[in-house]
Ligand binder design. Structure first.
Ligand code: DOR
Ligand code: ZN
Length: 346
């Protein structure tokens, strides 16, 4: 059995830099046409000039002949100027501005501390330039239970923000709860959308503790309970245009995950398409996979859909236990397990 799909894009991807970039980018470039590249490097990509330079280093790291197109983002800080948004738009290579609440996740310490107090002029400028805000939707208050941080963010930040700036285009990244699904569905279509990862479609929080602590299933926002997973599956398989593919593939060297204070992030790039196909097949909704992976994202961003195709073939394959690179190894999601669907270039 095989499916032909318009080539998908990944609307949320961490490509890193240096050696790690060299060793991961080909996994995304093999089957995805474009990717929205996250700016949480060390130091973060806060200016158009650094985004342009980062894009050049990604292009250099691509396999020869690859047509993969990295779509760059800026990292929003309390001090980002409206002028920077103009430059970003003029550059033609920046497609979004990422909001990390300060301290929410990996390399977010330079993120925003007070969006209403510090960022309104920048957000107004983004509306002028039709530049979307890409949101890591979690509050950072240590008093708030980790599992409630997305819900509280919607109630205290994102809901009020969308009400105050109804013309701001927003992507709620990597949604993890039924609250987020309901929120996105309640907003104006075409203005608020969400990306969905393979892990939040396939795993619930039990996967963090299956027979022992499972650091390779740890990401942020953290996996939630089963009812939330089911709500997200229903949303993406419903055919709604508000949800699209964003892997949040976030490689960390093995030792940085298997230690006393392990990093958040799941490396899904090599398995993501197989995993999304598994989700849609199990939901009896393979006919909705192409819109989720290849249409809804470009339609939201106002970009053309890809013209080339890929094939997904039912062809069981074993996910490698790890991928080696110069300074270590990376453990992929579903390492060592067998997956049914294998992507091919057409
Ligand atoms: O799990 C995550 N890893 N969540 C994020 O928000 C950041 C990412 C990373 O950069 O490692
Ligand atoms: Zn991410």
């Amino acid at each position: 059995m095989e499916l032909q799909l318009t080539r998908p894009d990944d609307w949320h991807l961490h490509l890193r830099d240096g050696q790690l970039l060299q060793s991961v980018v080909h996994h995304s470039a093999k089957h995805f046409g474009r990717a929205i590249v996250m700016p949480n490097l060390k130091p973060p990509v806060t200016t158009t000039a650094t985004a342009v330079a980062y894009r050049e280093s990604i292009l250099k790291a691509l396999p020869a002949g690859s047509a993969f197109n990295p779509l760059m983002t800026l990292y929003l800080t309390d001090n980002t100027s409206p002028e920077e948004i103009k430059l970003a738009r003029q550059s033609g290579v920046v497609y979004g501005v990422k909001l990390y609440p300060a301290g929410a996740t990996t390399n977010s310490q330079d993120g925003v501390t007070d969006i209403f107090g510090r960022c309104l002029p920048v957000l107004e400028e983004m509306i002028e330039h039709n530049m979307p805000l890409l949101v890591h939707g979690e509050v950072t208050d240590p008093v708030v239970d980790t599992f409630d941080r997305e819900k509280v963010f919607i109630e205290t930040v994102l809901g009020p923000l969308v009400e105050r700036l109804p013309n701001l285009r927003v992507v709620m990244e990597h949604i993890t709860t039924s609250d987020a699904v309901r929120f996105v569905e309640s907003c104006r279509e075409g203005f608020v959308a969400a990306t969905v990862t393979p892990q939040h479609l396939l795993l619930n929080r039990n996967a963090l503790f299956q027979g022992g602590l499972r650091p390779h299933n740890y990401c942020l926002p953290v996996l939630k309970r089963e009812t939330h997973r089911q709500a997200i599956v229903s949303a993406v398989t419903s055919g709604s245009k508000r949800f699209f593919l964003g892997t949040d593939s976030a490689p960390h060297e093995r030792q940085k995950k298997e230690c006393s204070c392990g990093c958040a992030g799941i490396y899904s790039a090599p398995v993501a398409l197989s995993l999304y196909a598994k989700v849609f097949e199990e939901a009896g909704a393979l006919d909705k996979l192409e819109a989720f992976s290849s249409f809804n994202g470009p339609d939201f961003y106002g970009l053309p859909r890809n013209s080339s195709k890929i094939i997904l073939r039912k062809n069981p394959w074993r996910v490698p236990d790890s991928y080696s690179f110069a300074s270590g190894e990376i453990i992929p999601m579903f390492a060592g397990e067998t997956l049914d669907w294998l992507p091919f270039n057409n």
